[in-house]
Structures are given as structure tokens and as C-alpha cells.
Write a protein that binds this ligand. Sequence first.
Ligand code: ASP
Length: 348
Amino acid sequence: MSESNRQPRIMLIYTGGTIGMIEDAVSHSLRPFDFSHLIDNVPKIKMLNYVIDNISFNPPIDSSDMNPAHWVQIAQAIERHYASYDGFVVLHGTDTMAYSASALSFMLENLRKPVIITGSQLPIGEVRTDGEENLITALQIAAAADRHGTPLVQEVAILFENYLWRGNRSTKMSADNFNAFKSNNYPSLAKIGLGINFNEDALYRLPHDRGPLRCHYELDRGVMVIDLFPGIERHILEHQLATPGVKGIVLKTYGAGNAPTVDWFNEAIRRAVERGIVILNVTQCVNGAVHKRYASGDALAASGVVLGRDITVEAAITKMMFLFGMGLDASHVRRALSHPICGEMSQN
Ligand code: ASP
């Protein structure tokens, strides 16, 4: 049997989320349920004629409970089975899916196989569920290869309803719509309609052969997000900047990276940077980038705040966890934040 017509081998990693939830008989709220319930509801899977093995979180979780220890569990499962499978599908709650996708993209260095994350807005047991279609399409994408057997997707991606998005560019955009995700600053990797149409120019490729998969398991949680708003109080901001144990802060600013120009504000930021805190300037806007345009942004840059360009908050915070987890000092983290590692932001 040639490489291109052998049965695809996919590893399915079930972490939880709405896709596998059932309604509690007493409270009527949704809670995670076991993998066999989920898979029993998708008999069509057999029509794919793939070899599909699975690993399940025990117990499966609502993704609001997701934390770096869970990302390590997912990455370890991928590393352990990397050589034996053509692709990986991770079933995950939608709430923190973009964070997990971003974290995994940094943790799985030199990834050359598809890691497709999906879930659903309605549980798989419901009549109008989006879970069945999402699961089946995710499996097909994880199995997609060219005629030499080379995987089409060689990165962590989110499949949801009609689109495949780069994981570390994605954001959950809707709590209700079936098209719940979007990458606001990067084109879709594929459009799903009657067929799956890949956008080949957008797919990530390692710039050169950088060797085998290398997994990173150290993530430093000494990071936080500060969101600006008009009227932010001086003592509250100073308190936040002086939070014990914080090494890195994602500062969500206005528009193209702008912040109040009052002296106390810039002084507080400058002092935090001098104390060795790494601050990354990321826009509150869902689309567009932080760049040098207004004096109100220049002052931040002059204080040593790093320009986050078009990175998402999800990618920014997990990139910081990853960089500090590598044991880098503040100046090296600042430098690394200015450059893309695996397609998470534009070059300039
Ligand atoms: N709360 C759920 C979760 O993130 C929501 C979902 O899966 O859509 O696990």
C-alpha cells in the first residue's frame, strides 16, 4: 500500500467542554460527561475508515478550569504518540480554547503534524448539535495529506463550523453563534463548505528543517493582564503593577497602543519596567495592531514597554508564560516578545 492510500491514523484527545456535556437532571445545567457517550453519538465516524484511538481526561473538564498543567497533559500525549499517528484532534471547551491553542503552539516546537482543536456550542446529544460536524471535519483535516503523504496542516489550528484558523491567532468571538471563532488579524487556513478548501498561502511551514519535535513543559504563571479604561485610579494601577510574583504584564491599551499621557501613569509604568517587570502593549481592539503613531503610545515605548503589534491577548499571555518558563531573564523575554516564534504575530 502506498503512503498516500493507507488508512490515516488519528489520535483523539478528549479534554471535555460542551461537545461532550449532558444536562444534569436536577439543576438542568450542563456538565462534562465521559468519552463513550460522546463517541456513541457520532456513528458516522466509522464511515471515515480511519484508525482512531483516543485518550480522555479523567474526569473531563469544563474549559474554564483549564490551566497550564492540562496543557502539559495534552502536549505529553502528543509527544508520546507523535511518531505513530498522522494527526491529532483535541476536543476542548470553547471558553479557553484559544488560550490552549496558543500555549500548545509554543510548547510543541518543530511541529510538523496537524493538531486540530475543536468543540461545539451545543452538546453532541442535542438534535441541532454542531459537535458532530465539527468533530468529523476536524478528523478529516487531521488526516489531510498531499500525494506524498505530507500533512497539509503542520501547526496547531482551531476548526469551528465553516473555518479553520491558526490557533495562536484565534479568539472566541461569540458565546452563541456556531461560527464562534475568528482570527482577526490573519486569514483563515481553510474554508469549510461543500468541500474543505485550504488556503495554502496561509498555512504555516517551518522556515527550515529545525530537527525533530521538541516539547517544552515549563510554563511560568507569574504573569497577568491589565486592561485600561478611562478613569483608572492611580493607586489601583500602582497596586496591580506591584503585584508580588508578577514578572510579565500584558497591558491592553486603546486603539493603536495608546494610554493616558498624565505623568503619574507613565511614571508608574517606567518604575515597573525599571523593577524588571516585562510589559507588552497589546490593543483592546479586536482587529489591527499596536504601532508607533500617537504621542500617547510613544511614551509607553520610551518607558521600555514592548510593542505587541497584532498579537492576541491569548497568544501574548501564553507566550510570556512560555518565555519565562524557559528561564529567560527580562531583557531576553523582551527581545523574544518582539519577534514571532510560530506565526503568532506579523513581522512588522
Ligand atoms: N463552558 C464550556 C467550556 O468551555 C463552553 C463550551 O465548551 O462551549 O468548557
